[in-house]
Design a protein around this ligand. Structure first.
Ligand SMILES: [Zn+2]
Length: 372
């Protein structure tokens, strides 16, 4: 199993300068390689391989004006070329967007290091080639084989290092599940999530408070003159708030996802709901705020760790308009109606809980585990 460890890095002034150079060189090589690939394709109608780009890079490094590329870690430059290759694979295989040129303004700066680094857990340092020891707070001991390391700097100027580690363990076998050990989850507007067992999970208060601040801070920034000192101050404040929100949200989502994975053998959810809902502009804000897709990601990999199953159903199923008790299709039900009584069987429904129950039903039906 591949696990990720993340630590805060504390470079000194000189090391910061080295990192800036390294970030810049990786971005430069990425953009340069993208240009080479586009040009090659335009003349030859064939794609230029990773290997060929690496060879061209070796030539470029000897040319006048490009010698500064020899001052940085060569492996990281090769990793940039490989990253670009992965972006192209994604573009061809998954029809995801064509690789873009990286701009200097991009908030996050990073570079990858495939090997030749080492941690010292007693001294709390990492040894980086061409640079030496950098202070890092190694809060958690690593068990397993270290793979690629990524050094990054976020928009508020903090440095981090994340390490991919293979712990040598196989993923556990899937645990069997049935109607009583499966939970259905529906995405909420007012609440973060609604469970088929009737439980409603709301965003924590501290997160709501931070989200309220977001509007004020953005407004303040928009009133400042671009490029002025006050603008920079306001921008940093906004970046810091974004960072706080992202930490608070991650913390909340980690706790909720691990709880759901521990308490249930299978979790049923709708796949494409986020895309559909974002089209509806009134809901867009609340949906993106809820960070549903990052939650589903966490749920998915944690389920794998524990041998639990994620069941996905398509959005074409009318989960909110069907009576979960008798199956009556309430076509008149609009989004504003939060509670309704089934005209056919008289069952009283909370709109969201009814939907969560249906999601679970549909998912189990797909598995031939129950019939409706
Ligand atoms: Zn009914």
């Amino acid at each position: 199993m591949i696990m990720a460890y993340k630590y805060r890095l504390y470079p000194n002034k000189q090391q910061m300068i080295f990192f800036e150079k390294q970030f810049g060189a990786c971005r430069f090589v990425y953009n340069w390689a993208l240009e080479q690939k586009i040009k090659y394709y335009e003349t030859n109608k064939k794609s230029l391989s990773c290997f060929a780009v690496n060879n061209q890079l070796a030539i470029l490094k000897k040319q006048e004006g490009y010698q500064w590329l020899n001052d940085v870690i060569a492996q990281s430059l090769q990793m940039s070329i490989r990253n670009l290759d992965n972006a192209f694979t994604k573009f061809f295989r998954e029809k995801k967007g064509f690789p873009k040129f990286k701009s200097k303004k991009n908030g996050v700066r990073s570079f990858k290091l495939p090997q030749n680094y080492s941690f010292n857990f007693t001294k709390n340092t990492i040894r980086i080639p061409k640079l030496g020891n950098v202070k890092v707070i190694l809060t958690k001991r690593i068990t397993g084989v270290c793979k690629t390391v990524t050094v990054s700097k976020n928009s508020t100027g903090k440095y981090y290092i994340s390490v991919l580690v293979d712990d040598g363990n196989e993923l556990p076998e899937k645990v069997p599940f049935d109607d009583t050990t499966t939970v259905g989850i529906d995405i909420g507007i007012k609440d973060f999530a609604i469970l088929s067992n009737g439980e409603k999970v709301n965003n924590p208060e501290y997160l709501k408070t931070s989200l309220k601040k977001l509007k004020t801070f953005s407004k303040r920034l928009s009133r400042k003159q671009k490029g002025s000192n006050n603008f920079k101050k306001a921008k940093l404040k906004l970046s810091r708030l974004h960072e706080t929100i992202s930490n608070q949200r991650n913390d909340f989502q980690h706790k909720l996802s691990i709880k759901l994975v521990r308490e249930n053998q299978a979790i049923a959810l709708e796949t494409l709901k986020v895309c559909n809902m974002i089209k509806n502009h009134n809901l867009a804000q609340s949906i993106s705020d809820a960070g549903w897709s990052s939650f589903v990601d966490k749920l998915t990999y944690k389920a794998e760790w524990y041998g639990k199953t994620i069941l996905r159903i398509g959005t074409f199923e009318p989960s909110s308009k069907l009576c979960s008790n008798c199956g009556y299709h309430n076509k008149e039900l609009t989004l504003v109606v939060r509670e309704w009584t089934c005209p056919s069987c008289n069952a009283f429904h909370d709109r969201d809980i009814n939907a969560a129950i249906n999601i679970k039903k549909f998912a189990l039906q797909d598995q031939n585990l129950i019939g409706i």
